[in-house]
Ligand binder design. Structure first.
Ligand SMILES: Nc1ncnc2c1ncn2[C@@H]1O[C@H](COP(=O)(O)OP(=O)(O)OP(=O)(O)O)[C@@H](O)[C@H]1O
Ligand SMILES: [Mg+2]
Length: 353
């Protein structure tokens, strides 16, 4: 009996101990729980802060992207205006220098023609009235072949007239091309702009056949000097592509060709198509050709700006559109569409410098 009591006492003691342990661990558990809650709260706060800063970061990088694009556009515009004004200045300077002397030649040719005709008439009169000329004159007449001179002299004067008229046309085209005196939007003949640009590029087109199909176009309100720059960049690329094909081909029977077509589209737009039969553009880079600084040319030959500038002038300055189509090895076609009155279109003005 006594033994049983002892066992019960022992058990009760163990139960007490266990209860205390339980109480302690309950306390610890609630402490841990409170601690965990505090930690969770902190963690949530950290996550919220992180999300917030991520958003700020995204906004910042978006702002940066915009700033970078603006900077790129400004850089292109700056280079373009530098390039253009340097070229314009040179062209206008040369045109001015040639204009004066050719003016003398052209102005005097009329008198030269008149004097030549008078002298030949007088010579004929002499011959008719004095058929028996002294021996010295007869000898000299034969030596200089007077008959030939009589026939040739008018032809010489005539070809000098044609030549100097041509120089005057070139000077006029150069002046029109530079168009330094004209700022802003003017109504111009696009076909004439293309002709003037071709005139400036004449030396580079010596071995290339240029096929022209000019449509009847109304005057187009545009920044003429800038548009000439667009045509110039496209022609220069076509000339390069033809030269490239010439070096790639081993056979000699390739003839470079540039075709120009202009037409009026029904939706008050003019379309200008410039096609070449040069190397063509690989499909995988076709959507890159208008990118700033994209070039496949060797360092020093290409800066990769020509078409970026062209796109900017056509699309942003004139509210038009420029597209490319190409078959590798066959050739490339650029199509420009311009509204007849770009100012009535909603188009973005480029930053001014
Ligand atoms: N008619 C074309 N035929 C073949 N490739 C062309 C033609 N036009 C443009 N390209 C390709 O597009 C690229 C970009 O042309 P873009 O005129 O912008 O620069 P670029 O000619 O290389 O240099 P830049 O014009 O500044 O001197 C060229 O390097 C070339 O690879
Ligand atoms: Mg180019």
């Amino acid at each position: 009996m006594e033994n049983q009591d002892l066992q019960i006492q022992e058990l009760e003691k163990t139960i007490r101990i266990l209860r205390k342990k339980l109480e302690r661990s309950e306390k610890e558990r609630s402490q841990i729980e409170a601690h965990m809650e505090a930690k969770e709260f902190l963690l949530k706060q950290v996550i919220a802060k992180l999300q917030e800063s991520q958003q700020t970061l995204e906004q910042r990088s978006h702002d940066l992207e915009i700033a970078l694009a603006d900077l790129n556009a400004m850089q292109v515009q700056l280079i373009q205006s530098e390039k253009m004004s340097a070229l314009g200045n040179t062209v206008a300077g040369i045109a001015h220098e040639i204009n004066n002397p050719i003016g003398f030649i052209y102005g005097n040719l009329r008198y030269l023609t008149e004097h030549t005709q008078n002298l030949l008439k007088l010579l004929n009169l002499y011959e008719r009235n004095f058929p028996e000329a002294p021996a010295e004159i007869c000898l000299e007449r034969e030596a200089i072949d007077i008959k030939f001179i009589e026939e040739d002299l008018p032809k010489i004067v005539q070809s000098m007239q044609v030549g100097s008229q041509r120089i005057r046309d070139i000077v006029l085209a150069l002046r029109n091309f530079a168009r330094l005196d004209e700022v802003g939007y003017k109504s111009v003949d696009i076909n004439e702009g293309i002709e003037n640009t071709l005139m400036v590029l004449q030396p580079k087109l010596a071995n290339i056949q240029v096929i022209k199909q000019y449509g009847e176009l109304p005057l187009v309100k545009c920044a003429a000097g800038d548009l000439n720059q667009v045509f110039m960049n496209i022609f220069l690329n076509a000339i390069d592509a033809i030269a490239q094909k010439n070096t790639n081909l081993t056979t000699q029977d390739f003839a470079g060709e540039i075709s120009i077509r202009t037409q009026l589209r029904s939706d008050r737009q003019v379309a200008i198509e410039i096609a070449d039969n040069g190397v063509g553009i690989p499909t995988k880079v076709m959507n890159k050709v208008f990118d700033t600084f994209f070039t496949t040319k060797v360092v020093g030959k290409g800066t990769g700006l020509g078409l970026a500038i062209a796109r900017q002038i056509v699309a942003e300055k004139h509210g038009g559109n420029i597209e490319v189509d190409s078959q590798l090895g066959q050739g490339t076609t650029f199509t420009i569409q311009l509204p007849i009155d770009s100012q009535s279109m909603k188009c973005q003005e480029l930053p001014r410098f």
